[in-house]
Design a protein around this ligand. Structure first.
Ligand SMILES: O=CC(=O)O
Length: 329
């Protein structure tokens, strides 16, 4: 029966909404650790290798890679991996495909939460929040009529790289900000672009025109380091770069140089390479960068929805129904 099937939840912090669905149908195993901190990550990895043999599905709650070693340990019972994330660059798609293992992700349910963080980063970078917060902490306020001045979203051109669910949600959230022009780029023109009043342009056009550039594409071999010294060099000197995708979309050395030399105005990042970013990383020495610890989808509502969707994908996979949000079905 289904109840005999073992489902492994890879982390100790998977929301109850998802656990309850899984427990109703399956025998649930769960790691006692999460992947944070070096010690946690090692214990988590070790424990997962011990728990995985004979499991029918994995619910992957963190972004550490799904290795061949883990899949070998799992053995032939493994039919399904449900990652509780929109991105699946850590999921070894080729290997899963070769083994006939299904894969689902959790798109859409997180778009508005991630878009809220994108807008937060636009504002925080544009209004120099890192410098301003440091002034308050030091008790040395430098704000004057003509000092520490920022940029506005009003009247700006906002360029979205990747008009998928998140990119579209960013445009919608900016509806009240009096943006002068929205442009976007990607593989192809999208019908949603017209409805949102966003013009499809080439990457070069977007880089040349935009005052704000929002990265909302998945990490693939094609998008890796798409922001590099060459593309940074095509941006306006007042450009503000925001990344809510994956750290590796950006060549961080090139970004550091562009920010230090004021080739662009500022950056706001929710994702970095590596994560956590070491506290002595030179990006953190810059005044014109605002960095968050990958919190895009980290709200109560969205994490519950992600957990529910991941769990329901597992239920469907193991009862022979089509996946709700398939990557491999
Ligand atoms: O980074 C978060 C996600 O891909 O959902």
């Amino acid at each position: 029966t289904m109840k005999d099937l073992k489902v492994l939840v890879s982390s100790n912090d998977f929301p109850d909404d998802g656990l309850q669905i899984l427990r109703k149908h399956f025998t649930v195993l769960q790691s006692r650790y999460s992947h944070f901190g070096e010690e946690g990550a090692n214990k988590n990895k070790e424990e997962l290798l011990n728990l995985v043999p004979g499991c029918s599905a994995l619910v992957w709650v963190s972004h550490h890679p799904i290795t061949k070693e883990l899949l070998d340990k799992a053995g032939p019972e493994l039919k399904m991996v449900a990652t509780a994330s929109a991105g699946y660059n850590h999921c070894n798609v080729e290997e899963l495909k070769a083994r006939n293992i299904k894969l689902s992700n959790t798109p859409n349910v997180l778009s508005s939460a991630v878009a809220e963080v994108a807008v937060t980063l636009m504002l925080a970078a544009a209004r120099r929040m890192t410098e301003n917060l440091e002034q308050v902490r030091r008790g040395e306020w430098e704000i004057g009529f003509g000092k520490v001045l920022g940029q506005e979203i009003r009247g700006s051109t906002v360029g979205i790289i990747g008009l998928g669910g998140i990119g579209q949600a960013v445009v919608k959230r900016l509806a009240g900000f009096e943006v002068a022009k929205f442009v976007y780029t990607g593989h192809k023109e999208k019908p949603e672009g017209k409805a949102l009043g966003a013009n499809f342009v080439s990457l070069d056009e977007l880089l040349a025109q935009s005052d704000f550039i929002v990265l909302a594409v998945p990490l693939t071999s094609e998008t890796k380091h798409m922001i590099n010294s060459n593309t940074l060099g095509k941006m306006k000197s007042n450009a503000i770069l925001v990344n809510v995708g994956r750290g590796d979309l950006v060549d961080q050395e090139a970004l550091y140089n562009a920010l230090k030399d004021k080739k662009i105005y500022a950056a706001g990042l929710d994702v970095t390479t590596p994560e956590p970013l070491p506290k002595n990383d030179k990006l953190l020495s810059l005044p014109n960068i605002f960095i968050l610890p990958h919190i895009g989808s980290a709200t109560v509502t969205t994490r519950n929805e992600m957990a529910t969707l991941a769990a329901n994908n597992v239920v469907n996979a193991l009862s022979g129904k089509p996946l709700i949000t398939p990557i491999l079905d």
